[in-house]
Design a protein around this ligand. Structure first.
Ligand SMILES: [Zn+2]
Ligand SMILES: [Zn+2]
Length: 212
């Protein structure tokens, strides 16, 4: 489920407090949690991508430090599965929580203990995490890097909605295959993935990919 974001956002805590109707039962709120230095701007950029496709409300929380216990000192990377644990604990009542960091993140893949990834999610779980680190690599400019991060956000949140990797080339749920370059070929969720999301009630009625 590893892998691999864009746009503006949404209601502040203050606004929500004044308008409790937005928090009525059934509201699907995705909390975007910036983690560590340099994470605020990329975190703020992913909300629009998520709400363009998914029937969710997005809010961006205040930045939290990266947990020291998640650091893998040999590589200077943060272990993604430990970040998922931290995110889940930070937002116990959130429908979904999506962490964003500018630091490199990794997980174990096959025989490779520390494999750098764009993102990690738990399938049908509550949490996912993304890193802008690899999205910036070889990116033409900051806009290109943000686009990659937006696609990664859609991909990882899709996993938490029960979507597995999709064999269709160009689909946002296609496996990243270990490189950020795959995101550049992706434009939209394919009809099969859209159908699965719609059946589960997660597809926005007016869903439209920002990259189609
Ligand atoms: Zn994946
Ligand atoms: Zn697909």
């Amino acid at each position: 489920m590893q892998r691999r974001s864009f746009v503006m956002l949404v209601a502040s805590a203050g606004l929500l407090a004044e308008t409790p109707v937005l928090l009525a039962a059934g509201t699907r709120s995705v909390v975007v949690q910036p983690l560590g230095p340099g994470s605020t701007t990329p975190a703020a950029s992913v909300g629009g991508s998520l709400s363009a496709l998914y029937d969710v409300d997005v809010r961006v929380a205040k930045v939290e430090p990266l947990p020291a216990a998640a650091l893998y000192p040999a590589r200077g990377r943060y272990r993604a599965e430990k970040l998922l644990e931290r995110l889940t604990a930070l937002h116990e009542s959130a429908f979904r929580v999506l962490g964003v960091t500018a630091s490199d993140i990794s997980t174990t893949k096959g025989n490779v203990f520390d494999w750098g990834v764009l993102g990690l999610a738990s399938l049908d779980g509550r949490a996912c995490v993304l890193s802008s680190f690899r999205c910036r690599r070889s990116a033409r400019d900051s806009r290109h890097a943000a686009e990659r991060l937006g696609k990664t956000a859609v991909h990882e949140l899709g996993h938490t909605f029960g979507l597995e990797h999709c064999p269709t080339r160009g689909c946002l749920m296609h496996d990243g295959e270990g490189t950020v370059l795959t995101t550049d070929a992706e434009r939209d969720l394919c009809s099969t993935c859209r159908g699965k999301l719609a059946a589960r009630g997660f597809l926005r009625a007016s869903a439209r990919s920002p990259w189609a």
